[in-house]
Design a protein around this ligand. Structure first.
Ligand code: BTN
Length: 330
């Protein structure tokens, strides 16, 4: 079990105390340290842009938190006993968080390592596409997993990530969201978040999986490149201009990802698949799936036990689909 640094525990305690606040003595007792260490931590959080008020009756109260991704802040939002977020790194700019996680994985990084970047200069999407990752307006991060799965079952990871994203985003924003197979979170049919699941392994054994997640949080419509404007959206656009706290969302997503990864590890893919199906805009619909030069048409019927889509083709055959680009027939 990992133990959190004291400044992280202090922030979590102040957040949990809410408007009631906590005195320096209470904080010192909670952190098993002296009053002057408490005051030094409070000062360093204030220097980082956190507004902490001190009141002789109510003690210290956390009243405002900046929209910055900081490791100690993110750690204060997740449980100590976890896989996802076992180590967190935040960088101002990277070509791609998934590339860095892959490199660190080769160097032996622990499972659960999570890397965030404020911006990406070469963010990657599925099918060789690029992923628009402007500074400070979204969540661009990648998680290293080492699931005991056969490579054929790897789509289960994408399904688990999608249910986790769906729950985390919906609970924190209250917005009506949907899943589009296999990996898109959409709002009003436009893409809001995507998952890129990449695998390193052998024929019969997964060595590591890198789950890259991009969430358009506070991107304004005018900021999307022209080609994306008709098909992309952000939480802020969907909430009619209301901005969302990225650290708050990041904390929720890390907790939900950890929870659904544990569900998967405990052999509970069936309940994940049910949850996924409840939110899926693709199932029960006539769809077209572009796979390279091949186009498949049919009705999306269900997920199989490995997370592949079962498509009833025009000719009545049931095809198992694990990749490609889905569009819904009108
Ligand atoms: C998709 O095409 O829907 C998947 C998009 C995944 C984007 C994320 S952003 C963080 C991580 N780093 C990348 O380069 N890509 C993923």
């Amino acid at each position: 079990m990992l133990s959190l640094p004291n400044e992280t525990k202090l922030l979590a305690a102040l957040r949990a105390a809410g408007p009631g606040g906590l005195s320096a003595e209470q904080l010192a007792r909670l952190l098993s340290c002296n009053r002057s260490t408490v005051l030094a931590h409070i000062q360093s959080w204030c220097q980082a842009g956190y507004e902490i008020l001190s009141d002789p009756h109510r003690g210290f109260r956390l009243v405002e938190e900046p929209d910055r991704l900081l490791v100690a802040d993110l750690l204060s939002r997740i449980t100590e006993n976890r896989i996802v977020g076992s180590e967190i790194r935040v960088l101002p700019e990277l070509p791609s968080t998934s590339d860095l996680v892959e490199q660190l994985a080769r160097e032996g990084a622990a499972e659960g390592l999570t890397v965030f970047a404020e911006s990406q200069t070469a963010g990657r999407g599925r099918l060789g596409r690029s992923w628009f990752s402007p500074g400070g307006q979204g969540l661009w991060f990648s998680v290293l997993l080492r699931p005991p799965l056969h490579p054929q079952a790897i789509t289960r990871i994408t399904i688990a990530a999608a249910t986790a994203l769906m729950r985390g985003l919906q609970e924190e924003t209250g917005l009506p969201l949907q899943i589009k197979w296999p990996n898109d979170i959409t709002a009003r049919g436009r893409k809001l978040a995507g998952i890129l699941t990449e695998l390193r392994g052998e024929l019969d054994k997964v060595k590591e999986v890198i789950v890259g997640i991009g969430v358009n949080v506070n991107v304004a419509a005018s900021e999307f490149p022209a080609a994306l404007r008709p098909v992309a959206t952000s939480l802020k656009i969907e909430a009619k201009g209301r901005a969302f706290s990225r650290p708050l969302l990041a904390g929720a997503l890390l907790r939900e990802l950890d929870q659904d990864y544990h569900r998967l590890l405990h052999g509970d893919f069936a309940s994940l698949a049910v949850e996924w199906e409840q939110h899926c805009a693709t199932l029960g619909r006539d769809v077209q799936i572009q796979m390279g030069r091949r186009t498949l048409s049919g009705r999306a019927e269900a997920l199989d036990e490995n997370g592949a889509l079962l498509l009833r083709t025009e000719h009545g055959h049931l095809e198992r689909v694990i990749g490609g680009d889905v569009s819904l027939d009108k």
